[in-house]
Ligand binder design. Structure first.
Ligand SMILES: N[C@@H](CCC(=O)N[C@@H](CS)C(=O)NCC(=O)O)C(=O)O
Length: 433
């Protein structure tokens, strides 16, 4: 079948092309809608092209794109017959309409309305709250608030209960065959699993879970969906982030008295004592606690600075140095919110405090910023250290080779809080100590 058109959707090609696949739990709406459209096309057997050389946040801002798609966003559809469309659901519905024998839109106008009903219920009452919970827990919406979290959760739970009840007596949401409602709902259920449906919540939704498995494992759809991420426990609740400190971004680095409690858990409940495989690594000569103390008590650069201490004491067999970047800078708005996000991420890394030091900052200005920095961590692999934070996949970790000038300069600038990337200067930051 000749391609029916060109589909612009995520994962975006271009700037982030070579980077890790965007995790499904990320709230970027287009990741979800992209999957929904691709699944619809796969199920309906509709072939399409993907755009050549599309660079997200660049191509979509150019007049050639906005003259076709005035909202300047993806997903967008450029039909081979000249028909153009944007917004995820209308594109999926249009593609379903190109495959009338697929039955995706149901049979008759009542079925079509019921397909809409279930999609609309899930989108507006479950998925909206899934997104809000993700943002809130990640510290990207506002400082964490338990009552707000509970409000989102109650709304999400009520709608999920209605969906669970409906699907408990049938295989598909509308009629006896797969429709667009099933594709939409299964995709959004899979995302909710990755965001906040922990073991206990899933146990109350056995039929919705069974439905999701049925849909994502359909022979025609298996290649579209990745594995489902499931949580044992609710996402780590970020404690209220510290109030943003207006000026003085370096305030955290003021020398502290030696007896200052560096291991203070700041009210975060103690983790149960489980043996960590990182403890089985060969003993290292580099003492992370001494480093944290040196970093806190000395200037970073210059003679007798903490960097000098670092180079004298670092053991590159026992520890490694990493660059960390938030993968979705386009989501960042106010600087203080981004800085709270770093604080939330650091809170969720609490269980790795013994193995990790970090210096991460917000670079740029409101609505044009990024989050980047450096980590020093135990061992040669970042994953076992950072994966204690449920949102670790929203960050990219790149090992730094300190024998290379540029990588060393990056590391030093992140520690000294004067890092600059693409003209964006460090404006605020946090240390994980
Ligand atoms: N209402 C749209 C939302 C699409 C959307 O937010 N797209 C983002 C994906 S990152 C986008 O293209 N942003 C580009 C921009 O803001 O310039 C839908 O549901 O399809």
């Amino acid at each position: 079948m000749a391609p029916a058109g060109t589909l612009y959707t995520t994962p975006p090609t271009g700037r982030r092309q070579s980077r890790a696949y965007i995790p499904l739990c990320h709230p970027a709406k287009s990741v979800l809608t992209g999957l929904q459209i691709k699944a619809t096309a796969a199920f309906g057997g509709v072939a399409y092209d993907t755009p050549e050389g599309y660079v997200h946040f660049e191509t979509n801002k150019k007049p050639e794109f906005t003259s076709k798609f005035p909202h300047g966003k993806i997903p967008a559809w450029d039909g081979a017959d000249g028909f153009k469309l944007f917004e995820g659901l209308p594109i999926a519905r249009y593609i379903a309409g190109l495959a009338p024998n697929s039955g995706l839109l149901g049979h008759g106008k009542e079925d079509a309305a019921l397909v809409d009903q279930w999609i609309h219920l899930f989108e507006t009452e479950v998925d909206v709250n899934t997104t809000q919970i993700f943002f809130l827990v990640a510290g990207m919406l506002a400082p964490y608030s338990k009552p707000i979290h509970n409000t989102f959760l109650e709304r999400q739970t009520r709608a999920l209960a209605t969906l669970e009840k409906h699907i408990s007596t049938r295989t598909f949401f509308v009629g006896e065959r797969i429709t667009l409602a099933d594709i939409y709902i299964a995709t959004m259920t899979q995302r909710a699993c990755a965001v906040n449906l922990d073991l206990a919540a899933r146990a109350k939704l056995p039929n919705l879970m069974r439905h999701m498995e049925t849909i994502i494992n359909q022979p025609k759809l298996k290649d579209v969906y990745g594995p489902t991420t499931t949580l044992e426990k609710p996402p780590a609740e970020a404690k209220p982030a510290a109030e943003p400190k207006p000026a003085a971004p370096k305030a955290e680095k003021k020398p502290k008295p030696k007896d200052d409690d560096e291991d203070d858990d700041n009210g975060v409940p103690e983790e149960p004592k489980v043996k960590n495989p990182l403890d089985d690594l060969p003993k290292s000569t580099f003492n992370l606690e001494d480093w944290k103390r040196a970093y806190s008590n000395k200037d970073t650069r210059g003679k007798d600075g903490s960097l000098e201490w670092f180079y004298e004491n670092f053991d590159k067999e026992g520890f490694s140095v990493w660059r960390v970047d938030f993968k979705f800078p386009e989501e960042l708005t106010q600087v203080f919110m981004s800085n709270n996000q770093i604080g939330g991420f650091f809170n969720r890394l609490e269980a790795s405090r013994k193995y990790l030091f970090g210096s991460v900052g917000v670079l740029g200005a409101a609505n044009a910023s990024l989050i980047s920095g450096a980590l020093i961590l135990r061992g040669q692999d970042a994953v076992p250290v950072v994966n204690v934070a449920p949102d670790w996949e929203s960050y990219e970790f790149t090992k730094l080779d300190l024998s290379k000038d540029a990588e060393k300069a990056f590391f030093e600038a992140a520690l000294a809080w004067d890092l600059e990337i693409d003209g964006k200067k460090w404006v605020d930051g946090k240390n994980f100590k």
